[in-house]
Design a binder for this molecule. Sequence first.
Ligand code: ADP
Ligand code: ZN
Ligand code: ZN
Length: 698
Amino acid sequence: MNWRIDVAVQTPAHSALGDVLSYASAAPLAIGSLVRVPLGRREVLGVAWAVHPPESGATPSIALKPIAAVLDALPPLDDAWRDLVAFAARYYQRSLGEIALAALPPQLRELGTVQLARRLKRQTGPAQPPAGQPAAAPALSPEQAEALSRFDAETGPFLLFGSTGSGKTEVYLQAVAALLAREPAAQALVMVPEINLTPQLEARFKDRFGSAAVVSLHSGMTNPQRLASWLAAHGGAARIVLGTRMAVFASMPALKLIVVDEEHDPSYKQQEGARYSARDLAVWRGQREGAKVLLGSATPSLESWHQSRPAAGEDTGGRYLRLAMPSRIGAVALPAVRLVDMNLQPPRTVLSGALLDAIGQGIARGEQSMVFLNRRGYAPVLACGDCGWKSECPHCSAYRVFHKIDRTLRCHHCGFTERVPRACPACGNPDIAPVGRGTERLEEHLGELFASVKRPDGSAVRIARIDADSTRKQGALESQLAAVHAGEVEVLVGTQMIAKGHDFRRITLVAAVNPDGALFSSDFRAPERLFSLLMQSAGRAGRDAAYLSAQGATAEMWIQTHHPQHALFAALRRHDYPAFAERELEERAAAGMPPCAFQALLRADARTQEAAQAFLNAASEAAAALEGADRVTRYPAVPLAIQRVANVERAQMLVESGSRAALQRLLAGWQPLLHALRRQPEGKGVIRWLVDVDPHSI
Ligand code: ADP
Ligand code: ZN
Ligand code: ZN
């Protein structure tokens, strides 16, 4: 008689297979065990999800295939981990196996029992106290001390609302230190939004806790590195796991603390496959496992801000506890914000005279400036002045970007790349010209403007650019950042890549040269993103208190805009996130938008726009009869802002409800209908569909 084991395996997306597949086993095995099972002609990794004893008398209708191997050198994945995976699958409308397998290190899929046992032998043993002499912690500022003592005393979740440079990282370090001192086996998870922020943070944590206690988990690691980190976390040897959004799924049996740094950052939301929010899952996981959750930001997401509102009148307040650290370490002032009214500048001005003067004065004092433009390439469009031809992508409803460095036209959506034509492909005019400006052109422009300016020692001004193009090669970003830190650059040009998190010491001026686009975007989250990006960029300036006070100088944030009266800039000038948030929240509440409502998108990709929309319309009709439908608004199907990418037409439909539970009920009932619809005439021509719960941009 065989035991029946339900196993979560990665089934092809949108296949008709269920969440788990059943296999036979002669002996029982522990739930959460990793197993290898046959699937089609392959043998794949899976997680034992349920174990059923042999049923005497009952003859199984189909003969189950046996489990091929049990990776019993590894302790099983615990209940808490499986609950997290199950919740994420349910909430984000994906299959269990997809989430479970994506949460495991890729190399685990290739290892047999013998190889795995060998790998485990090489791993370090159980948790050890930090070796060597850890770096001493600085004395806390009064605000840091107050935040930490409340963190200790309450249960949370907490929102640490601390200005850039207020010493949030030090609070994380000491919260972790206190935990590890108190509980010998406890583990902490610390998440950051970007891979390029992990090295600096890793160095700080290893300094403090010793390198044996700290491991990283992010997609920039090799598969063997990821496996080693994962095994250390799963086995308990790693006391601290640092990572990007994927780390929220790390198996950590003794998890007691989760930190989410820069919790507002959009990169916590996965934008393909299972579109989960690592920040939201962290909060859920903390609650499930009794781990304290500490979210930190200078510009919290409006969701977290709203959740942490204090009680007032009828309102009993939010679920989170807000901890505020308004002052910068060393009592340095936040950068002075200077708005340049571009309406008063000569037409076609790229960089105003006043800004150039300020950059020049910084150079004369031996300081650095950062000029920020959120568009890479040389120019977003190449155009013919005679016939009106533009560098459209033949496969997308978008223009191809002109990259002067290798003289190509590149589509940033589908990747289609061609050499720049010598003359207009439509009329033969040899005089085709770039329109608009990206970081490459800005770098060139600055080079021309400062060509004759000299540094104090008489040498030439050095200008560098950091963006996705300049950092394509392995290690390029690290070396470029190192050059900035080493003071080998006077003017740094870049995209939002340079705006986040970095602790630059000598930058005293930050300039946003063209941020206006986001002010009038159709995406309701655009102002929130712009505000936080500008505050974050400003936060890169004037981080060295000793230097600034010795100079008697203040740091500056320059903003060139055609809308200097805009309320967003008024709040930014005062570094007044609460005022900005309050206004935005009022607008959101009045319009019934998140965080005052809950949303999901149903998206369809098809050969034609008609087919994509027909599928969505049929889906909407099918949803009308579902439980919860009366409390969920279904909007009409519309094309995406960039309607066609790689010759695929894209459309989406927004569904929205004041009740998260009602929306979740509807989505759960919808899923099987959508699978069925795909196979009906309404699904003809549909290439794929997906549901995005709590979407970031709509
Ligand atoms: P945030 O993460 O809030 O932007 P950081 O934690 O990076 O700020 O702190 C900013 C700078 O202040 C860092 O160089 C850090 O080492 C330093 N710092 C933080 N806390 C203290 C403290 N209590 N005493 C002295 N220096 C501190
Ligand atoms: Zn032409
Ligand atoms: Zn394209």
